[in-house]
Design a binder for this molecule. Structure first.
Ligand code: FAD
Ligand code: NAD
Length: 471
């Protein structure tokens, strides 16, 4: 990052240049405010440098190799050779383009960039330390966007060589023969799939009784089964307790179940992905009167403002859900609120996607959540095996489900399908705009596409599906 000259008393000081911070800074500058953005590491934050983008680059690249190697049914015979170091270089090039783009956008919008770690002196002043010098900045408004870091599990210090966090796993220059993954959440499932497709023997240890706890059983089941078919070996109800060197030159990961049963799993490396925790310890938040919650997050109201007047918090540092698009949406709200606009964060239609094989994407309420909230929900489903386009992609496991209120308003959707992360945009917009099942069913969808399954699911909920039997 190249620092441009900062004003010493910006109207808006943004701390952290991830998708929460840089978006907030640009929007505030677009509103005519004088903005300084401070970043201690790299523009783009975890998302661009060590998270969303690098992991999705690997998801795509390993899909290409795996799809080519397994397309004999389509008459394609190939035996791809994967050069992980070259794949890593390609991924780094993608990251560089994007982070360079963030720098250009900030400059083009008049955002002043400052390198260093910002910490509060008081409720209107920060000190920025770049390792050589310190600079003091005063602000009228501050947006804290300092993100999160991986939780370190007792017994698995990230400093130990065989122990990897997601960032280190995405920097490996050779494919490990055996990998134990601790945690079958977002990162565990995405990266297990990546390494299984690279030919690694993957063992997943999960404390709870299924993959992706929090997702509905039939949603998670499709992904678990596909992962198992790729050779991933799941051990549910096991809590990782530690690791030691093994006689074969590798390591042994030890686990314990709730009834006290102890197990061991051999590996060369262990990836620990058991959640993330907000970053506030870089900030001296107490100097500004900020009190992080027990989980370390900065609580905010619907305008993303903390309990301290004029100090806002957006993204992972403001707690769950820790997703890049939520960080950006909150960044926009905070910037517009500071600019005096009636902005507020609306949690009604927040999509989430897991980039597994197949992908999972959800938005709004599930059927049981809708029931718990007092709706009498109407549900429609389209299995992928009835979709012409799904058959032509060779991926027929999965479904599109829509959930509507009794009077037909769309309130949720769950999709397990290739490109589910793209397909979820339609129901998300539908919920946002107050669409009904009739609106979705009457919308002409291109044929043959996977998006027709969204229309068919809505038709199914109305008892009018053509390509599936109605409920
Ligand atoms: P961050 O991106 O963490 O940025 C915070 C920035 O603040 C950092 O650059 C940090 O250096 C800086 N900072 C911290 N303290 C200071 C300080 N005192 N002074 C100056 N700078 C400071 N989310 C999705 O939506 N989709 C995905 O596909 C996805 N994939 C992921 C894959 C992985 C492997 C990981 C780890 C995460 C993934 N996420 C994904 C989550 C996503 O990366 C985060 O939700 C997102 O980055 C949060 O953005 P943020 O701006 O709040 O914080
Ligand atoms: P996670 O919360 O998604 O999953 C952690 C898993 O680890 C849980 O299933 C939990 O039961 C398990 N676990 C906890 N302690 C354990 C132990 N001792 N032994 C075995 N299992 C244990 O966390 P994550 O996968 O680290 O991801 C962190 C966050 O990053 C996510 O919650 C999400 O917000 C974000 N993320 C999002 C995406 C995406 O949007 N596609 C991708 C990656 C990460």
């Amino acid at each position: 990052m190249v620092a441009t000259e900062a004003t010493t008393d910006p109207e808006v000081l943004v701390i952290g240049a991830g998708p929460g911070g840089y978006v907030a800074a640009i929007r505030a500058a677009q509103r005519g405010l004088d903005v300084t953005l401070v970043e201690r590491d790299a523009l783009g934050g975890v998302c661009l440098n060590r998270g969303c983008i690098p992991s999705k680059a690997y998801v795509t690249a390993t899909d290409v190799a795996h799809d080519a190697a397994t397309a004999e049914e389509m008459g394609i015979h190939a035996d791809p050779v994967v050069d992980l170091a070259a794949m890593c270089d390609w991924k780094d090039g993608v990251v560089d383009r994007l982070t360079g783009g963030v720098e250009k956008l900030c400059k083009a919008n008049g955002v002043s960039l400052v390198e260093g770690t910002a910490s509060f002196v008081d409720g209107e002043t920060v000190r920025v330390d770049d390792g050589d010098e310190t600079e003091t900045l005063t602000f009228d408004h501050c947006i804290v966007a300092t993100g999160s870091r991986p939780l370190e599990l007792p017994g698995f210090p990230f400093a130990a060589d065989p122990v990897l966090d997601a960032a280190a796993a995405l920097e490996l220059s050779s494919v490990p023969d055996r990998l134990v993954v601790v945690g079958a959440g977002y990162i565990g499932m995405e990266l297990s799939t990546v390494f299984a497709k690279l030919g690694t023997d993957v063992t997943v240890v999960e404390a709870l009784d299924s993959v992706l706890p929090g997702y509905e059983d039939d949603v998670a089941r499709v992904v678990r089964k596909r992962a198992e078919s790729l050779g991933v070996d799941f051990h549910f109800g096991e809590r990782a307790t530690g690791w030691r060197d093994a006689a074969d030159g590798g390591i042994v990961v030890t686990t314990e179940s709730d009834d006290g049963t102890k197990s061991t799993h051999g590996a060369d490396r262990v990836l620990v992905a058991v959640g993330r925790t907000p970053v506030t310890d870089t900030l001296d938040p107490e100097n500004a009167g900020l009190e992080p919650t027990e989980n370390g997050a900065l609580e905010t109201d619907e305008r993303c403002e903390t309990a301290v007047d004029g100090i806002y918090a957006v993204g992972d540092v403001a707690g769950e859900p820790m997703l890049a698009h939520v960080a950006s949406a909150e960044g926009v709200v905070a910037a517009e609120a500071i600019a005096g606009e009636p902005a507020a964060f609306d949690a009604q239609a927040i999509p989430a996607a897991v980039f597994t094989d197949p992908e999972i994407a959800t938005v709004g309420l599930t059927e049981s959540e809708a029931e718990a909230e007092g709706f009498d929900p109407v549900v429609g489903e389209m299995p992928l095996r009835s979709s012409g386009r799904a058959l032509t992609t060779g991926d027929t496991e999965g479904f599109v489900r829509v959930v509507a209120s009794a009077d037909g308003f769309l309130i949720g959707a769950q999709i397990v399908a290739p490109e589910a992360s793209e397909l979820i945009a339609e129901p998300t917009l539908g919920i946002e705009m107050g669409a009904t099942l009739e609106d979705v069913a009457a919308t002409i969808h291109t044929h043959p596409t996977l998006s027709e399954a969204v229309m068919e699911a809505a038709e199914n909920a109305l008892g009018q599906a053509i390509h599936t039997l109605n409920r």
